[in-house]
Structure formats: structure tokens, C-alpha cells
Design a protein around this ligand. Structure first.
Ligand SMILES: Nc1ncnc2c1ncn2[C@@H]1O[C@H](COP(=O)(O)OP(=O)(O)OP(=O)(O)O)[C@@H](O)[C@H]1O
Length: 600
């Protein structure tokens, strides 16, 4: 339990921790107001049962005289009205406190989700190679909700009702210590025993619920993301079955947790109310006069009326803490991840004037450390030249590009630009110098212009730069001629309204939008017809000399204009790389590499 509370406390920002302390103070005040409400019943019931007490009791007598009451009946009426006012005021304060605490908890939902997403987004690219994207989506959208509404809210109720219960017990203790001890022992034992019995099961089904939720998200995002393959392979039923099974598990575990959190109420209600009858019989038996018994009975009755739901809510809070331990642990762990990526969009840009170098790099994917993709590999790319990367499928071309892009970091060796090592401190500045066309272009469900000026706010888009980039990417005529709203035409989810070649050219225009000094093309022209490809190669050719261009290509036509081609091949064990130059004798070959003439 202390460990859980420590984790919950660590979820809050400094401002939220301060706010949480204010909430705690409000809760304590609310408990005191609630106790005052319960206590105020006492004098009223006493006077009601025996009006003569007005003159016997010092305080009541003085109040009677000071306020000039004509008779006892009007005194009782005013006392009744005051009692009603205290009870109503205490309930109003309680409502206000619950509203403020509830609002605080709801605000945490936003703050936790934003902080979690921001922590994920500032992880290095490699983080996303090892974590499933639907799991991350589930954590941000579903697990945060589970944590907030199934753990933090019940926890706030647990604290609130804990203070209320404590105040009521202290009040009963002052009036009758033995009675208070009996109540604590009975209710404590009852709930304690039930809690001990169910807590392990709650942790177990909590973890199973989390796994079922992950399955649900994964099935849903896979089937909707790959709908074409799903349709063609008739995998709909298999996915529906997987989703339905996971949803059933989720519902089953949630229902069991709900039952385990709720069921003691009925047992405790039965014990509580039969106890109340037993107390009234004992009191009656002791005093023999119902008028003496009535105030005490009223106090116990009211205390029970407030205490039982309070204890039940406390128990439910404890049960929820157990059931929601899994999301608490995973969100707490993920929020501890160190943010490494430089989020600042502005700042200096690292423009290569002489060369880009990979110096004796070794790299293996974190999830396949036994399979090195590069071992002590070196490569120098002179600035403002066009360099090709070729080799069979799986040879490591895209990985090499990712290393040069600074998306992945080698385990050994360094990436340098003009002799300066690119590390976490300047990788953002290096990436701002780069335009990149990946193998698979991601298009957002937005307009053509927004897709070309990707990541720029709609009102800040430079339409002149958009058109210039589209012309260079050989897509302007199609946008202006075929699309009803030109650059303002929405492209649909993932650019579903475009052909593969059109999508590729939008991707190329995106890379050119900022007119970057370095361009990376990963199979950028693979989906184009010969004529468009030639026009695009011509556009790329016109940029060469003024920009550093690195091209991955299988087609000879795309490599024709390269000043050098790096041929990656697979050798014994680890991949062996060879750099190939075309007429440049100044190029350093990597250790043990052989120059290979690319076929023309
Ligand atoms: N995320 C990953 N985790 C583990 N291994 C990976 C990962 N991505 C790629 N690999 C492995 O790294 C090797 C190089 O992959 P890469 O994508 O760089 O090859 P490529 O030359 O670009 O291939 P292609 O021409 O087919 O695109 C492959 O053997 C591949 O299985």
C-alpha cells in the first residue's frame, strides 16, 4: 500500500502535488462539517424527547433566556430549524468538496495523457522499434482512463470517506467508548477479512484485464490498418473473433472486480442494521425509558447511516487500488522514461560544407543484438555530391540511411558532419538540414498543401514553397488539373484517394518543401512509370552540386547520376560492405571492402 501511494504521488507534477494537498485539506474540513451535521442531531433529539431538559441543561437554558423564547415548543422548532440548516450546509459543503476533488481528478486525466504521449514522442526512434504502437495508444487513451477513474477517483473517495469515518468514530467514542470500539471491531473485522480474501484475486484479474485490453486494441488497429490485406485474405472473421474474445475477457474481469468491490455492502448493511436494533434493545434494557434512549439511538442511527456507506466506499477504493495496480505500474514506469529527443523546432541547422562521415560504426537492432547489421563500417560522403546506396534486399540500406539520419545510433563508432560528432545535443540541428523520402510515405488525412508542408500549422503554410516543391516533384500538373480543390483537396486517410506513384511524389514534394541542403531518398522512385521517373531524376540532377543527395535504389536508372555508389552485400556472419566509386580516387574504402563496378 505505501508503495502504491508513493507511485501515485510520483505521477503528479509539482503543481498537482500542491493542489492534492489543498484537496486533502478540503476533505478534512468536509469531514469536520459532516461530523457537525451528525452532532447537531443530538441536542434536538434530547429536547424533543424531554422538553424539560431546556431548563436543566446550562447551555440550553442560557440560550432559551438570551433569545427570549415564549415557550419550549417554539424553542424546539428553532432548534430543529438550526439542525436542518447545519445538516444542509454540511451536505452543500460536501457536494462542493466532491466537485472540486472530482474536477482535480478529471484534470489529471488530461495532464497524465498529455505527459505520457509527450514522453513517448520524445523517445529515440529505436524505442518505437521495440514497442507496439497499439500498446502505446492503449496506454495513452485507455490505461490513463483506467488509472484515473478506477484508481485515483476511488483513492480520493477512500481518503475522503476515511476522514469522515474517523470523525464519526471519534464522535461515538466521546459519547460511548465501548460502543465505538465494538463498531470498529465489527466493521473492521468484516471488511478486513473480505479484503484479505479477495486482494490477490483482484491483482490477478487486474493484470488479465490489462492484457485483454492490449489484445483488443491490437486486433482493432491491425484489422483497420490493414483492411486491404484483410479483405483479400478473408481474415475478417479471424480478427472479429480475436477482438470479441479479448473484449469478453475485459468485460468478464471488470465485472468480477465490480462484484468483489461491491458485494460486502449487503453483508455489512445487514450486520449494521441488525446491530442497530441490538443496540437499541441494550440501551432500552439498561435505562428502561425510551425518552433517555432516543437521543443516543438517534446518534447511532445517524452515525451508522453515514458510517456504513463511508466504510463501503473505503473498501471499494482499496479493492480498486488492487485491481488497477497494473496500469499504475505501467504508466508510472513509462513516465520515468528519460526524454532524449530535442523537441525545439527552431535553432541552428547543421549544414555539411565538406563531408558526412560514418566512422567505424557497428550496429545491431536492439531486439536482435546477435545479428550485427554493420561491423566497424566507415563511409565518407563528400558534401554537395549525389551518392547511391545499392545492394540486395535485407543488406542494410535503409538501416544505413537511418543511421545517417540520426534516427538510430550506432553502438560503436560515430556519425560526423564536417568533423563534428552528431549526438543527442545536435541531432535535431542535423535533422533540420535534411529532407527525407521514406520507402512508405505516410500521408495524413488532410489537404494536399498540409501534406506537403507536413507539420506546419495550416495558417503558416507557404503556398509558394508548396507549389515550387510540387513542381520539382512532378506532381503540380496533376494537383492543379485533376484535383477539384487543387492544393486544398483533402487526401483521405493515409492518402487513400491517390495512386502509389502520386503518393510517392507528394512525399518527394514534402522533402523539398523546406529546400533542405541534404536530401535522402529511400526507393523514392520505385512506384513511378519510366517517363515520370526520368522527369524526376532530371529534377534531382538539377539539384546535384548544390545539395548533398543520398539515394537508395535498386534500379540502375536511379543510380546513373550518382558520383559514387555504396554497394552493400552480405558476407560471413555479419554484413560486409563495400564502397564503390565512380571516377573519384580520393574516396577511402572501408576496411576489407572491394570496389564493385555497378552494372549500367
Ligand atoms: N526493427 C528491426 N528489428 C530487427 N531487425 C531489423 C529491423 N529492421 C530491419 N531489420 C533487419 O536488418 C536487416 C537490414 O534491413 P534493411 O531494411 O536495412 O535492409 P534493406 O537493404 O533496406 O532492404 P530492402 O531493400 O528490402 O528495403 C534485415 O536483415 C532486417 O531483417
Amino acid at each position: 500500500m505505501p508503495d502504491t501511494l508513493k507511485k501515485v504521488w510520483a505521477l503528479f507534477s509539482a503543481a498537482e502535488q500542491r493542489k492534492a494537498l489543498w484537496m486533502l485539506l478540503l476533505i478534512i474540513l468536509m469531514a469536520m462539517a459532516e461530523t457537525a451535521g451528525v452532532l447537531s442531531i443530538m441536542p434536538f433529539l434530547s429536547v424533543l424527547a424531554r422538553p424539560a431538559i431546556v431548563h436543566e441543561n446550562r447551555w440550553l437554558g442560557e440560550a432559551f433566556k438570551a433569545l427570549n423564547f415564549a415557550d419550549e415548543a417554539s424553542f424546539i422548532t428553532v432548534l430543529g430549524l438550526i439542525t436542518m440548516a447545519v445538516v444542509i450546509a454540511s451536505s452543500a459543503f460536501k457536494t462542493l468538496t466532491f466537485h472540486l476533488v472530482g474536477r482535480f481528478v478529471h484534470m489529471l486525466r488530461r495532464s497524465l495523457a498529455v505527459r505520457l504521449l509527450s514522453t513517448y514522442l520524445r523517445q529515440p526512434y529505436e524505442f518505437f522499434l521495440t514497442r507496439n504502437s497499439s500498446e502505446l495508444t492503449k496506454n495513452v487513451l485507455s490505461e490513463v482512463d483506467q488509472l484515473v477513474f478506477e484508481l485515483l477517483q476511488p483513492l480520493s473517495m477512500l481518503i475522503a470517506q476515511g476522514v469522515v469515518a474517523l470523525a464519526i468514530i471519534v464522535m461515538v467514542f466521546v459519547y460511548d467508548p465501548w460502543m465505538a470500539l465494538c463498531i470498529v471491531a465489527t466493521v473492521g473485522l468484516l471488511y478486513g477479512a473480505i479484503y484479505v480474501l479477495v486482494r490477490r484475486r483482484l491483482v490477478h484479474i487486474g493484470a488479465a484485464r490489462q492484457a485483454a485490453d492490449a489484445n483488443r486494441f491490437q486486433a482493432c488497429s491491425e484489422v483497420l490498418g490493414g483492411i486491404k490485406d484483410v479483405k483479400i485474405t478473408h481474415a475478417t472473421d479471424a480478427y472479429l473473433q480475436r477482438f470479441s474474445h479479448a473484449s469478453r475477457e475485459l468485460s468478464r474481469h471488470s465485472a468480477t472486480a465490480e462484484t468483489l468491490s461491491q458485494s460486502p455492502l449487503y453483508i455489512v448493511e445487514a450486520v449494521g442494521y441488525t446491530g442497530l436494533i441490538a443496540i437499541s434493545l441494550v440501551l432500552l434494557w439498561r435505562s428502561g425509558d425510551i425518552a433517555h434512549v432516543l437521543p443516543a439511538l438517534g446518534l447511532y442511527g445517524f452515525a451508522a447511516y453515514r458510517l456504513l456507506p463511508a466504510v463501503q466506499i473505503m473498501y471499494r477504493g482499496m479493492a480498486r487500488l488492487r485491481f488497477s495496480a497494473a496500469p499504475l505500474n505501467s504508466i508510472h514506469r513509462d513516465l520515468q522514461l528519460i526524454e532524449v529527443d530535442d523537441p525545439a523546432p527552431g535553432g541552428k541547422v547543421v549544414v555539411p560544407r565538406h563531408c558526412i562521415e560514418l566512422e567505424r560504426i557497428s550496429y545491431a537492432y536492439p531486439n536482435s543484438p546477435e545479428k550485427p547489421i554493420f561491423s566497424s563500417f566507415s563511409l565518407t560522403i563528400p558534401a554537395n555530391t549525389t551518392v547511391g546506396i545499392a545492394g540486395p534486399s535485407g543488406a542494410g540500406k535503409s538501416t544505413l540511411m537511418d543511421l545517417m539520419l540520426g534516427l538510430q545510433r550506432p553502438q560503436l563508432g560515430v556519425l560526423k558532419v564536417d568533423g563534428a560528432v552528431i549526438d543527442a545535443t545536435n541531432v535535431g540541428a542535423w535533422q533540420r538540414a535534411i529532407g527525407y523520402v521514406p520507402q512508405h510515405i505516410y500521408l495524413a488525412d488532410a489537404t494536399v498543401a498540409e501534406n506537403i508542408a507536413f507539420g506546419v500549422a495550416r495558417q503558416a503554410i507557404d503556398m509558394g514553397a508548396v507549389e515550387r516543391a510540387a513542381r520539382a516533384a512532378q506532381i503540380h500538373d496533376m494537383i492543379a488539373g485533376d484535383l477539384a480543390q487543387g492544393y486544398l483537396t483533402p487526401l483521405g486517410e493515409r492518402g487513400i484517394r491517390l495512386s502509389g506513384g502520386q503518393r510517392q511524389r507528394i512525399g518527394i514534394a514534402r522533402a523539398l518543401y523546406r529546400d533542405p541542403p541534404v536530401l535522402f531518398f529511400d526507393e523514392a522512385t520505385s512506384a513511378l512509370d519510366a517517363q515520370t521517373e526520368e522527369a524526376l531524376n532530371e529534377a534531382i540532377r538539377s539539384l546535384s552540386g548544390s545539395k548533398t543527395i543520398i539515394v537508395i535504389a535498386h534500379k540502375e536508372s536511379s543510380l546513373r547520376d550518382c558520383r559514387q555508389v555504396v554497394m552493400l552485400g552480405q558476407g560471413r556472419g555479419a554484413a560486409v560492405q563495400a564502397a564503390v566509386r565512380l571516377g573519384d580516387s580520393s574516396l577511402d574504402y572501408p576496411d576489407g571492402a572491394e570496389p564493385i563496378e555497378p552494372s549500367r
